[in-house]
Design a protein. Structure first.
Length: 336
């Protein structure tokens, strides 16, 4: 399928995150084996457990949010030092020596990254990357950015995904995936390929439970619509006033209906979700889109914003970046 077609169809199934809670109750026993816990004691312990559980969950949430904030700030610092200030001598501060690279143009390892990037910035001294959004989940950090070689360049929409590890308590980037798409001169909508003006780079944190619900909602829609070819999924999951950032598609839910015949006429097409990164109201899917099993296909990042409307969760906004999988690569890791 041509790149434009992938862009139209990109919007695949991943296992949704699940949260489980467990409660532990205990009572003392008499030497005879019978419980000596009084009714009042049971009530007191039950009340204490009820208050302790939320407190424990809140502490866990705070610790998780703190770690995500640290990971994001670490990546933002790297973007400034390397992609904005071109300080390649700081690479060892951010990138592991045995860095795993999925960009098909570069080899594995930190030195391969430096060797690839150094001549590029020498040729393009005005190269700059403006971060438009950053989200994190677990050990993954996703950055949605505008990359320009000079001030007059329309630039490219880029999504980078980094996997971080902790060494002696400090973060280091261990693995990297990315996609880039040239920003076209004209667009079918006026929303640009980035968040709307005034949207903060950092999303508002929400509970792990809500993030899990968001992921399940979005991945269910994605699988139903793109893989099961169920056209009814649009009205069920997507808001009527859906804001579209794909430059090939007009804004609103209605234009998506035109894809239904295309999907049904191509039963072998699959959009396979490889990984999910979600935070706040944003769910990002890293997808391998193929017309059939023999097609190299395209790497896709689909980002959705969800919102509760009249008590029901709905997909209200969408961004994507699409890049065809090349025939050859400088590494053996694939783009996934």
């Amino acid at each position: 399928m041509p790149k434009k077609s992938y862009a139209l169809l990109s919007m695949t199934l991943a296992s949704a995150l699940a949260l489980s809670t467990a409660g532990v109750a205990g009572a003392s026993a008499s030497p005879c084996g019978t419980s000596t816990t009084s009714s009042a004691s049971v009530k007191a312990k039950t009340a204490k457990a009820a208050t302790a559980a939320p407190s424990s969950q809140q502490s866990s949430e705070k610790a998780n949010q703190k770690k995500l904030a640290e990971n994001k700030q670490f990546v933002l610092n790297m973007f400034k030092d390397i992609f904005t200030d071109h300080k390649l001598d700081t690479a060892s501060k951010y990138i592991a020596d045995d860095y795993i690279q999925h960009n098909p143009l570069a080899g594995n390892g930190r030195q391969a990254f430096v060797d690839f990037f150094a001549p590029f910035v020498k040729q393009n001294p005005q190269y700059n990357v403006e971060v438009k959004r950053i989200i994190a989940q677990g050990d993954l950090v996703l950055v949605h950015s505008l990359a320009k070689t000079n001030k007059s360049d329309r630039g490219m929409a880029v999504v980078d995904i980094f996997r971080l590890e902790r060494v002696n308590g400090k973060p280091i980037i261990k693995e990297h995936w990315d996609l880039a798409q040239q920003i076209p001169e004209k667009s079918a909508n006026k929303n640009t390929m980035f968040p709307l003006a005034g949207t903060p780079v950092q999303v508002t944190p929400t509970s792990s439970k809500q993030v899990a619900a968001n992921v399940k909602f979005v991945t269910t829609f994605y699988n139903d619509f793109f893989n099961k070819k169920d056209g009814d999924a649009l009205k069920k999951y997507v808001d009527e006033n859906y804001i579209q950032h794909n430059p090939s598609v007009p804004t609103g839910r209605k234009p998506l209906e035109s894809f239904i015949p295309m999907l049904k006429s191509n039963p072998d097409s699959r959009n396979n979700i490889v990984r999910v990164v979600a935070e706040g109201d944003i769910v990002a899917l890293h997808v391998h889109a193929q017309n059939n099993k023999d097609d190299r296909g395209a790497a896709v990042i689909d980002m959705f914003r969800v919102k509760t409307i009249n008590g029901k969760l709905k997909i209200v906004e969408h961004w994507d970046v699409v890049q065809e999988v090349p025939e050859k690569s400088a590494n053996n890791n694939t783009m996934f």
